[in-house]
Design a protein around this ligand. Structure first.
Ligand SMILES: NC(=O)c1ccc[n+]([C@@H]2O[C@H](COP(=O)([O-])OP(=O)(O)OC[C@H]3O[C@@H](n4cnc5c(N)ncnc54)[C@H](OP(=O)(O)O)[C@@H]3O)[C@@H](O)[C@H]2O)c1
Length: 222
């Protein structure tokens, strides 16, 4: 299968890329791709999903070398941990752009390359899951993930006619750089590679069972 993974340079996205590239063609997107070694299955692209520069090379590659995309995993995300009265306008823009606007624009651009039965997986957060425990400093981050979740429901409806499924996994705590900087004293119950394996299997098979769903993937919160 041809799979695009954003935020592939570290954390969960890096582990997802490593695991899925054993048997599939992966386009791995991050600003810093220095940890990703190109091979026949793995095609790293240094690309800021908030900018248009770099997208021509990426889309030329998709058109000329792959032809189509089977799975898009919108995993790239950013968390700026600040209390509500310290958040700056730029912080808000950065989180909403990276966590909501960029995944939406990427979906818009990639759907023309997707065949019937393709799967879009948006990586959300328990913080953006209605009724979950909420944490200080994560107001806009959580709101951005809630927006991504509802976008998932809406896009599943919009893409139903062309038989493309869209789901959102609301992840619980996973030990990565993002979690360490938000909760330095907390140790998550899952390592990045463990969460990545679940996401990978879900991306490959979950659309046979789910469409337009926001699924909590958590044995604890945050
Ligand atoms: N870890 C957790 O406990 C947890 C819980 C719930 C949800 N999540 C979600 O899971 C996803 C992965 O998180 P993680 O914990 O693995 O975080 P991470 O270690 O901070 O990794 C985030 C990835 O996103 C990429 N990224 C950020 N901004 C980007 C941009 N503008 N363009 C391209 N790539 C960008 C980063 O790479 P570059 O900096 O190289 O671009 C990095 O590879 C995120 O969406 C996060 O919100 C994580």
């Amino acid at each position: 299968m041809n799979i695009i993974i954003t935020g592939a340079g570290k954390g969960i996205g890096y582990e997802l890329t490593k695991y899925l590239s054993e048997n599939h063609n992966i386009i791995a997107i991050s600003r810093d791709v220095s940890q990703l070694k190109k091979n026949d299955n793995l095609h790293p692209f240094s690309y800021d999903i908030n900018l248009t520069e770099g997208s021509n090379t990426l889309f030329d590659f998709i058109k000329t070398k792959l032809g189509h995309i089977d799975i898009l995993i919108n995993n790239a995300g950013i968390l700026i941990n600040k209390s509500y009265n310290q958040l700056l306008s730029n912080d808000i823009d950065e989180m909403l752009n990276t966590n909501v606007k960029a995944p939406f624009l990427l979906i818009q651009k990639l759907v023309p390359f997707m065949k019937k039965g393709s799967h879009i997986v948006n990586i959300g957060s328990m913080g953006g899951f209605q009724g979950s425990a909420k944490f200080l400093g994560l107001s806009i981050y959580s709101a951005s993930k809630a927006a991504l979740a509802i976008l998932t429901e809406c896009l599943a409806e919009e893409l139903k006619d062309i038989d493309i499924q869209v789901n959102c996994l609301a992840l619980g705590a996973t030990q990565t750089e993002m979690l360490r900087s938000a909760f330095p004293d907390y140790t998550a119950p899952l390592k990045a590679f463990e969460m990545a394996r679940f996401i990978a299997e879900f991306a490959l098979n979950g659309n046979k069972y789910f469409n337009g769903k926001i699924l909590p993937v958590s044995i604890s919160t945050p």
